[in-house]
Design a protein around this ligand. Structure first.
Ligand SMILES: Cc1ncc(COP(=O)(O)O)c(C=O)c1O
Length: 375
């Protein structure tokens, strides 16, 4: 198995903790262990009693029960907990794909959704999200992409990096088309619970289809990436067993402390998600005002959900723009090329953090300077 370097993660490894101002994160504002425990009576004391041995390799029963409560048709035994969502992408691909198989993936995408498949000798077929259509992938293309070798259709809504979300009707049509072709859906729902105001949330794929896999995590809308708690929910137990067998070669089981705190977070989800969505709503207004005021500099499609957007420069190269923004203003943006060579004019901006307004001001000052230099 030959894995190519994960461009986006290598970029963060280099810059995330040294750049003065992080303006491209895909996760929401986080909190301390104490602040999380304050939301659940008795949690701090419970935490101090957590025993630090190995945990249940499927995820602690209390955690699987809490996760199942996020779905309509799923029981705790339909949940397999992982270390982050990233591990679950790996176990799914390794459990379902062999050399010569195909997986269809909306593109641009989080790189592991294509490259783990490629490392197994499978082909990742790009289902292009078109900026001209608000980053919607074309339903007319999907039937042709789901050929005889296709084993999985990856969906990812709200979408990283564009924030695109289909309507519930279109989402159901995607699942129906996959089912017609005998293809399993792997629905990366890590940005669930961060839909924009007035945008209908999507049902989870695992609730709509008994073979579909829903991928969830506490990293993004919950703002708890440091717990490294993710999971899959799927009513096909045989598939979960095969994924568990792969996981035995990776983390084996999760951290007892993280799993305890994950139960607290899901128990307190109303407070956590309420606070996060209030922050996202304020930041979304700032994001839209910023780009709408600069149509000469940027193409912009407002994200329907999630914590990121994928604007484009009207002229110039986003690599140079991002490099200068970091060097001259200390603002870290993520160049579109990290999502593939076909996005040279794009960059990712994240709006889930509480320092978004001040970082955006720095970017505004930089844009003024950059524009006068350009013209
Ligand atoms: C679409 C998507 N899937 C999976 C992941 C991995 O999530 P985690 O870092 O929580 O493992 C990410 C992280 O950015 C993502 O954007």
């Amino acid at each position: 198995m030959l894995l190519s370097p994960f461009r986006l993660e290598r970029f963060f490894a280099r810059h995330e903790f040294t750049a003065p101002r992080l303006l491209c994160a895909s996760d929401g504002e986080t909190c301390s262990v104490a602040a999380l425990c304050d939301l659940v009576p008795g949690a701090a004391e419970g935490l101090s009693k957590v025993r630090l041995g190995y945990t249940d390799s499927r995820g602690e029963p209390a955690l699987r029960q809490a996760v199942a409560s996020l779905y309509a048709a799923v029981s705790p035994d339909d949940v397999l907990v992982h270390v982050g969502a990233e591990e679950a992408i790996f176990t799914f691909m390794a459990a379902t794909l062999a050399a010569g198989d195909e997986v269809v993936v909306p593109t641009p995408c989080y790189q592991s959704l294509t490259d783990v498949a490629r490392s197994l000798g499978a082909r990742a077929a790009a289902w292009r999200c078109d900026p001209a259509w608000g980053f919607a992938p074309d339903m007319a293309d999907l039937g042709a992409l789901l050929g005889p070798r296709a084993k999985a259709l990856v969906l990812n809504f709200p979408h990283n990096p564009t924030g695109y979300m289909p309507t519930p009707g279109v989402f159901a049509a995607m699942l129906a088309m996959a089912r017609e072709h005998g293809v399993r859906v792997f629905s990366d729902e890590v940005y669930r619970f961060s839909e924009g105001p007035g945008v209908p949330p999507l049902p989870a794929a695992c609730d709509l289809d008994d073979r579909a896999v829903s991928l969830g995590v506490l990293s993004k809308s919950f703002g708890l990436a440091g717990l490294r708690v993710g999971w899959v929910a799927c009513r096909d137990r045989e598939l979960l067993d095969r994924m568990a067998a792969v996981k035995d070669y990776l983390s084996i089981c999760g951290s007892a402390v993280s799993e305890y705190l994950a139960v607290c977070a899901i128990t307190a989800r109303e407070a956590i998600l309420g606070r996060m969505n209030a922050l996202l709503a304020k930041n979304r207004e700032r994001l839209e005002a910023f780009f709408h005021a600069r149509p000469d500099l940027f193409h912009f499609v407002s994200p329907r959900g999630g914590l990121t957007a994928f604007p484009g420069l009207t002229g110039g190269d986003a690599d140079a723009f991002c490099r200068d923004a970091l060097e001259e203003a200390g603002v870290l943006l993520l160049p579109g090329r990290l999502y593939g060579e076909e996005w040279p004019d794009r960059f990712r901006i994240g709006f889930g953090r509480s320092d978004f307004a001040e970082n955006l001001e720095k970017l505004a000052a930089f844009c003024h300077f950059w524009n006068t230099r350009r013209t």
